[in-house]
Design a protein. Structure first.
Length: 203
């Protein structure tokens, strides 16, 4: 029986849009020079967030102060959600899976920004297992990052054969499969739903 579903981020939960799209959107919306925003948001706030010196809410609050908007965290988060290409149907799928009692997690070569953003927007903690390449010191498909997944899964009493790992790259699925995990290669929404149903999961 499947208990844990692990998602990749880029090209699965989100399109592969750079954060510069978000900066450009803020520049147009609030009529602030792009270089000023880059300096404050990317070279100051985001570095603090990536280094775990700022919580995500503090990161958003810092952006609000930069664009001189009070209590605008929800609007800023929505702008970020749209600018970074977060797929709304994936948020719906995550919420349905969580409601059905599945443990959710992510394993990504990128930062945790997208996932913290989604949790903020839906006002709900979705992910019980969070793995980034930066924290592990290795990127997929290196074995070290899969070993971290196995370790964290055992901590919540979940074995490898109770895990589904979803990624858009075949080479990233092979190590998980060798360890006895179920895998889904993400192609599109419809195929994902079919593949999940193949494992007895209807959303």
């Amino acid at each position: 029986m499947i208990k844990l579903i692990i998602f990749d981020i880029t090209n699965v939960i989100t399109e592969s849009y750079p954060i510069s799209y978000f900066i450009q959107r803020l520049s147009i919306k609030y009529k602030i020079n792009v270089n000023v925003l880059n300096d404050k948001i990317l070279n100051d706030l985001k570095i603090g967030y990536d280094n775990n010196e700022l919580l995500f809410e503090q990161f958003l609050n810092g952006i609000c102060k930069t664009v001189n908007v009070k209590n605008g965290e929800k609007d800023i988060a929505q702008d970020m959600l749209e600018s970074l290409g977060v797929r709304k149907f994936m948020i719906d799928i995550l919420l349905k899976l969580k409601t059905q009692g599945y443990c959710l997690g992510y394993m990504t070569n990128r930062t945790k920004l997208i996932l913290d953003l989604i949790e903020f927007v839906v006002s709900k903690q979705l992910f019980c297992i969070k793995i980034t390449a930066a924290e592990v010191g290795a990127k997929k498909p290196s074995q070290e990052i899969y070993d971290r997944l196995e370790l964290l899964s055992k901590n919540v009493v979940i074995s490898n054969d109770e895990i589904i790992f979803i990624d858009d790259k075949t080479e990233n699925l092979k190590p998980a499969r060798k360890m006895g995990m179920k895998t889904i290669e993400y192609i599109n929404k419809d195929m994902l739903l079919v593949d999940l149903e193949r494992y007895g999961i209807c959303v």
